[in-house]
Each structure stands twice: as structure tokens, then as C-alpha cells.
Design a protein around this ligand. Structure first.
Ligand code: 13P
Length: 251
């Protein structure tokens, strides 16, 4: 049985003081929630402030990216041990915005996933097709290359530590959600791929989140599908009430 997971990707929003305020409100409103795992992913500069608030609570902390080297002359980059020490347990890897604007490829995703695992961080690995790929009927093949190349070289026990997030790029920040059935078809395909690569026992335990315009009013429909185990939430994670509504709707 896979426990639902709701993760909030704050993207480039919330200064440290704003993060402290939002994290405080979430901690208070979600203090009795135990049916759903909860993670917030503030920007790097707000991680420490958010960590002070959520430490010891039922809310986990994740970063939005890392570089794969541990340290060195890589101006502007942040490494896995740095976010680990500041209090993160997880990290988003390969978000479509990073693929689109910052040149991430399946190869860099793979290096980052390995770096995260080395420091015992849970990678939330993002996969998903762009609109033109969907229209060309290439959804399954794009997702397949994201999974196969992004996770290449990982052992079965490492696969058990990852979370996959299926985020169709055309549904991100657009208000267009994939229908629950449409999303589930891709989720089931991802699970079949994982089954082929790592066996059913492993594949049946990996959580696959959906992301793309998730809101309090569409979460329960998504969660009623067989292979949707939670959500990676962008815009609606920036206000306490909408994020709380999504967490409650997922339980
Ligand atoms: P929205 O929820 O704003 O569509 O963003 C989804 C997303 O990109 C989460 O990582």
C-alpha cells in the first residue's frame, strides 16, 4: 500500500520571511494530518527559515535542484551535502522548467539523482511530455526516455528510494489539468516500465505523483485512480488554504 504524498514546489517564490510565515501556517493547519506524507520545497535561500519552522513536525523539507558534484569551483551551484545539512530530506530533480530554461537533460538528471541518493536524499524525479510531443502522439516514448535514461545505472534498492512525478508540461501553470483517466494512463505506463526494468515487487512500491494545475477541487478525482499516489503542486502550494485543501483531499 502506497501512502499518498503531496509535495509543494514553491518555485522562485517566497523570501525567507515569507517562507517562515507560510510554513508556520501549514504546520499549524496540518498538525493532525497523518494519512498523507507532506513535503514543502522552498527556494534555496528560504530553506533554513522553513526548516526551523517544520523541524520535528509532519512536514518534510525538499530543495528544488542540486548540482551533482559535492564541492568545488562551480560558481552559483548548490550540492547535495549542503542541502542535507540545512535540513532537507528530499530534492526535486529534472523539473520541466529546468529542462526548458536551464539545459537539463536526461544525463544531468541521472547524475543529480545519483548525487541525491549518495547523500540519502529522496529524489523527486520529474518526467513529462511537452504539448507538441503530446500532439505528435509521443507521450509514452518521451516519458520512457526520461525514465530509462534518467534512472540508468540505479540498483533496485535505490529505485525504492525515489519518487517519480509525472508532469505533462502543457498542464503546468496553464489551468489545464490532464483528466484523471488521461493522467492515470501515463502513470500506469510508467509503472509498467518500472516493472520491466526492476520487477513488480519494486515497481509496486514506487510512488508516482501527478503535477500540473492540481487544485483542491481536482485532487480527489486524481487520487481515485489506481496509479496516482499524490501530487507535486506548484501555484496552489503558495497559499496555506489551497495547499491544505489539497492535502486533505488526498487523504
Ligand atoms: P502548477 O501546479 O502551478 O501547474 O505547477 C506544477 C508544477 O510544475 C509542480 O512542480
Amino acid at each position: 500500500m502506497r501512502k499518498p504524498l503531496i509535495a509543494g514546489n514553491w518555485k522562485m517564490n517566497k523570501t525567507a520571511s515569507q517562507a517562515e510565515e507560510l510554513a508556520g501556517a501549514l504546520k499549524d493547519k496540518l498538525k493532525n494530518e497523518n494519512k498523507v506524507d507532506i513535503i514543502i520545497c522552498p527556494p534555496f535561500t528560504s530553506l533554513e527559515a522553513a526548516c526551523k519552522v517544520v523541524k520535528g513536525s509532519n512536514i518534510g523539507l525538499g530543495a528544488q535542484n542540486i548540482y551533482w558534484e559535492e564541492e568545488g569551483a562551480y560558481t552559483g551551484e548548490i550540492s547535495a551535502p549542503m542541502i542535507k545539512e540545512i535540513g532537507c530530506q528530499s530534492v526535486i530533480i529534472g523539473h520541466s522548467e529546468r529542462r526548458q530554461f536551464f539545459g537539463e537533460t536526461n544525463e544531468t538528471v541521472n547524475r543529480k539523482v545519483k548525487a541525491a541518493l549518495k547523500f540519502d536524499l529522496t529524489p523527486l524525479v520529474c518526467v513529462g511530455e511537452r504539448l507538441e510531443e503530446k500532439e505528435a502522439g509521443r507521450t509514452f516514448s518521451v516519458v520512457e526516455s526520461h525514465i530509462k535514461e534518467g534512472l540508468t545505472g540505479l540498483k533496485k534498492e535505490e529505485i525504492l528510494k525515489i519518487v517519480v512525478a509525472y508532469e505533462p508540461v502543457w498542464a503546468i501553470g496553464t489551468g489545464k489539468t490532464a483528466t484523471p483517466q488521461e493522467a492515470n494512463e501515463v502513470h500506469s505506463h510508467i509503472r509498467r516500465l518500472l516493472t520491466g526494468l526492476y520487477g513488480e515487487e519494486v515497481a509496486s512500491r514506487v510512488r508516482i505523483l501527478y503535477g500540473g494545475s492540481v487544485k483542491p477541487d481536482n485532487i480527489s478525482g486524481l487520487m481515485s485512480e489506481t496509479d496516482i499516489d499524490g501530487a507535486l503542486v506548484g501555484g496552489a502550494s503558495l497559499q496555506a488554504d489551497s495547499f491544505v485543501g489539497i492535502v486533505q483531499g488526498a487523504g
